[in-house]
Design a protein. Structure first.
Length: 126
């Protein structure tokens, strides 16, 4: 399945969509189990609400504060697509108030050519 102009984030709200990828486009919302589906995101921009992220980093409760805008999203069954590519990409505002790479570099608002999900983890190629 291919979706154009999507917004992707990891859902941490309690309930049946807890710990699932949330994919939104202009007319649909999908929740995808990361154990069943892998995502290939192309033409990506990392977004972050820095104010909310800093509040969470300083001890506030979790809230939606980060997402990825994606030009083209491919959705694949995980069992057929489990080869890691690129470098690790992280976001956890309890640990750091911004998107960051393996070296700890701030990657907020960066454009990346491709991001891949394997389970709950992300890897990127710039």
């Amino acid at each position: 399945m291919i979706i154009e102009n999507a917004k992707v984030r990891f859902n941490l709200a309690k309930g049946k969509t807890f710990m699932k990828w949330k994919v939104e486009d202009d007319s649909n919302v999908l929740y995808l189990d990361p154990n069943r589906w892998s995502l290939i995101m192309k033409g990506c921009v990392l977004h972050n609400n820095i104010k909310k992220a800093k509040e969470i980093f300083n001890g506030a409760n979790k809230d939606v504060c980060a997402w990825i805008n994606v030009s083209e999203l491919e959705i694949h069954p995980s069992e057929f697509f489990n080869i890691e590519m690129g470098d690790p990409l992280y976001y956890n505002p309890k640990e750091s108030p911004y998107w960051y790479n393996f070296d700890g570099d701030n990657m907020d608002f960066m454009s990346l050519s491709t991001i891949q999900s394997i389970g709950k983890e992300l890897n990127y190629i710039n």
